[in-house]
Design a protein. Structure first.
Length: 128
């Protein structure tokens, strides 16, 4: 095999390898957006541990990127994104539980009111 063909083959393989994984900077941006969404969803109160882990991994990914450790930066950014999604889901679950509790309290109040109305002595409406 000639040197030119071998060089071309190596360049093509290198380009294919680079194309298979997104650049760490893109993945870091996606992780940052995931953490931002989690914060806006209330994860600081609902899932502080998960949010803290996501922030820590994002910081580590940014450091690895600055240190030109692309594999570590990519891995840490992907983990930060996943942790951000977990924190966001935990916040959504908390909001759902709170809404369900409010609904239960409202239904209980309505039942109590209805039962007091039944005890008030008023006859039930007659059916014709």
């Amino acid at each position: 095999m000639s040197a030119i063909k071998l060089t071309a083959l190596l360049l093509a393989a290198t380009a294919a390898g680079c194309a298979s994984a997104p650049p760490a900077t893109d993945t870091i941006a996606v992780a940052r957006a995931s953490i931002d969404r989690a914060e806006q969803a209330g994860a600081a109160q609902a899932a502080p541990t998960e949010l803290s882990q996501a922030r820590g991994k994002l910081d580590a990914a940014e450091k690895a990127s600055r240190d030109h450790d692309k594999k570590a930066a990519l891995r840490l950014a992907q983990q930060a994104e996943a942790d951000g999604k977990v924190a966001e889901a935990a916040a959504a679950a908390r909001r759902s539980r709170e809404a369900a509790a409010q609904l239960d309290a409202s239904l209980k109040a309505l039942r109590d009111e209805a039962s007091r109305g039944d005890q008030g002595g008023a006859p039930p409406p007659s059916n014709p």
